[in-house]
Design a protein around this ligand. Structure first.
Ligand code: ZN
Ligand code: ZN
Length: 392
């Protein structure tokens, strides 16, 4: 009986061989972070390892002084005999699946993921593994997302109709990920696009990394007079609903973009004019397509519809089990405040932090760290196995 590569500890998902955690919910020495949503990237860890596109986001959220080391997709770090690499998860900018390899066995922790390529981050790549830890935020057969083209045609039509009748189109969406995906997908020739103060700093992070987004305005910009606002698409976090900020738009139509909009009840509870079914998580068919592509015989299911996913996977002949985690809180929770990342303001984007997981050593990771500042990482950098492309 071989030891598992990942187990559950009170602090989070733990790799006993490597003595590090993945997205821990309590402070630990070494944390590998799948993405910068607040339920996955929490403060207080001594060292962080994440994809390099998270650097700015993590420094804004967790502090410029955190000890952060970054990897490119497919780059591998070897630590205590465990080979660690990050692979695209297609969820939000910088999101990654974590691949661990030890003594010929491979485990992959998915973090959050979706399969649709939205043009704002590297699309999901399946990674072959023996054991796959999958999220299941929308792990029920009722969740089936519309095609991106249909979704954006709907949003464009709604915006166009509102503009024709002289009303602003307020679209509530999560500030990190969802808003940038909407910017990338809508027809920006319909009218001006206004972003709430919680959204605009995140747009700047995406633009700085090279994701092309259309021009956006702040509501206080001089060009945003009454007539401009009457033609505008306005992206705001759910927490802006019902606040005085909305008064300046006068008569407007509002809508909410979320996977939960698939359910009529959820749409009613929001009290908005329209619901657009849009999620940065995989829907039911995509979850099972992704799991199948990994060819894993063993699957652990985290946050979401765990019991139903586990039962279904067992019916498919897989060894499926539940992992109780403390993820959820961005789109997972149908809360009034879904703002994933509070943005106090931008910092100097040149800061990259100190490399706590120092790379370039030629040791193969079996011993102690020779870096006194790092708690025991003794990494070797090398190229990871290329994942196979996903069959469409
Ligand atoms: Zn997330
Ligand atoms: Zn999550």
């Amino acid at each position: 009986m071989t030891l598992p590569l990942i187990v559950i500890r009170p602090e989070g998902l733990y790799c006993p061989q490597g003595e590090f955690f993945i997205d821990p919910w309590r402070p630990v020495d070494r944390a590998v972070i799948t993405h910068a949503h607040s339920d996955h990237a929490r403060p207080g860890n001594a060292h962080y390892l994440a994809h390099r596109d998270n650097a700015e986001l993590l420094h804004i959220r967790l502090g410029a002084d955190i000890s952060l080391q970054t990897l490119e997709y497919g780059e591998a770090l070897e630590h205590r005999g465990v080979r660690i690499s990050l692979h695209p998860a297609g969820h939000v900018l910088g999101s990654a699946q974590v691949r661990l390899e030890c003594k010929g066995r491979v485990w992959v922790a998915s973090g959050d993921y979706k399969l649709a390529d939205d043009g704002t981050c590297r699309p999901f790549e399946p990674v072959r593994c023996d054991t796959f830890i999958t999220e299941s935020t929308f792990g029920l057969p009722v969740y089936r997302w519309p095609h991106q083209a249909d979704l954006f045609a709907d949003i464009n039509n709604w915006w166009q109709r509102n503009a024709a009748s002289g009303r602003a189109s307020i679209l509530f969406c999560y500030a990190f990920g969802k808003a940038q995906r909407i910017l990338r997908g809508v027809d920006s020739t319909i009218g001006p696009i206004v972003c709430h103060g919680a959204v605009e700093p995140l747009n700047a992070v995406y633009r700085a990394i090279g994701v092309p987004l259309p021009a956006t305005f702040r509501v206080t910009d001089e060009a945003m007079n009454k007539s401009a606002l009457s033609q505008a698409l306005v992206l705001a976090p759910p927490s802006a609903a019902g606040t005085p900020w909305l008064r300046r738009f006068g008569d407007y139509s509002d809508a909410f973009a979320s996977g939960w909009m698939q359910l009529r009840g959820a749409r009613r509870r929001r009290g908005v004019d329209r619901g657009f079914v849009m999620s940065d998580h995989a829907d039911w068919p995509a979850l099972h397509r992704a799991i199948g592509c990994t060819q894993a015989g063993q699957v652990f299911v985290t946050h979401g519809s765990i019991a139903i996913m586990v039962r279904y996977l067992r019916e498919q002949g897989l060894d499926a089990q539940a992992f109780a985690t403390e993820y959820g809180g961005e789109e997972e929770a149908d809360s009034a405040d879904g703002e994933a990342i509070p943005m106090p303001g931008m910092r100097d984007s040149n800061h990259t932090g100190d490399a706590a997981f120092s790379v370039g050593s030629d040791r193969d990771g079996a011993g102690e760290s020779d870096n006194p500042g790092a708690s025991g990482f003794s990494p070797t950098l090398s190229a990871a196995r290329r994942p196979r492309p996903l069959e469409s």
